[in-house]
Design a protein around this ligand. Structure first.
Ligand code: DGP
Ligand code: NA
Ligand code: NA
Length: 213
């Protein structure tokens, strides 16, 4: 049973959290879950490293290139803008999108470097707003214990502490905070309940909106 031709839209759902909070595995589990229920769903992630802007970001993250903090911030934002019309098309055609990181990472990671929060938000204004933001809550210390970090630029305890503080200032009514230290199945179950509710609300005609409102 598929729903794509019912004229109803898909849900735009973002997972956020520190590095090693479990976003990536929970995002793919969520896609399988929704697909299994017959809801057309795609897994997206930002940065999308497949585009040419995404490749510049990837080179920066692996320390193969150096960029001024403002410059890289705008590249992350441009990477979201370059995908935004496809995103809107997908949603309007009835496909739900599970998105691993979005503008909240953009603001949290850049303001953790000391950039002004309002300046960081500005290039995100007008992007589609998610219907739901699932924040996988874990302390920076616990996240660091999870098999350690890889070698990428931001994967350091001190920096992740600052990111966690910046995320705190971004919560709004679209956010649900999930305790990411629970057993993985429990986290998954809690996410499924919340997501299903939102997928249904979007099918029933909840309008899309734009950042930051
Ligand atoms: P990921 O591919 O999800 O591991 O993300 C790579 C790293 O980039 C991760 O440490 C989080 C960070 N990041 C993701 N999105 C943004 C963004 O928009 N701006 C900044 N400054 N950092 C970001
Ligand atoms: Na990472
Ligand atoms: Na990730």
């Amino acid at each position: 049973l598929r729903f794509e031709n019912c004229g109803s839209r898909g849900a735009f759902i973002v997972l956020e959290g520190l590095d090693r909070s479990g976003k990536t595995s929970q995002s793919s589990a969520m896609v399988s879950y929704l697909e299994g229920l017959g809801h057309p769903t795609e897994l997206w992630r930002f940065p999308d490293r497949t585009t040419s802007i995404g490749q510049m970001i990837s080179a920066y993250l692996s320390n193969q290139s150096q960029l001024d903090d403002h410059t890289i911030h705008l590249l992350y934002s441009a990477n979201r803008w370059e995908k935004s019309s496809l995103m809107e098309t997908k949603l309007k055609s009835g496909t739900s999108l599970i998105v691993d990181r979005y503008s909240y990472s953009g603001v949290a990671f850049s303001s953790a470097k000391g950039l002004d929060c309002e300046w960081c938000k500005a290039p995100e204004i007008g992007l589609l707003a998610p219907d739901l933001v699932l924040y996988l809550d874990i302390s920076p210390e616990k996240a660091a214990e999870r098999g350690g970090y890889g070698g990428e630029r931001y994967e350091k305890l001190e920096f992740q502490r600052k990111v966690a503080q910046c995320y705190q200032t971004l919560h709004d009514s679209s956010w649900k905070i999930i305790d990411a230290c629970q057993p993985i199945d429990e986290v998954q179950k809690q996410l499924q309940e919340i997501v299903l509710e939102h997928v249904k609300a979007c099918k029933n005609g909840r309008p899309l909106s734009h950042l930051w409102r």
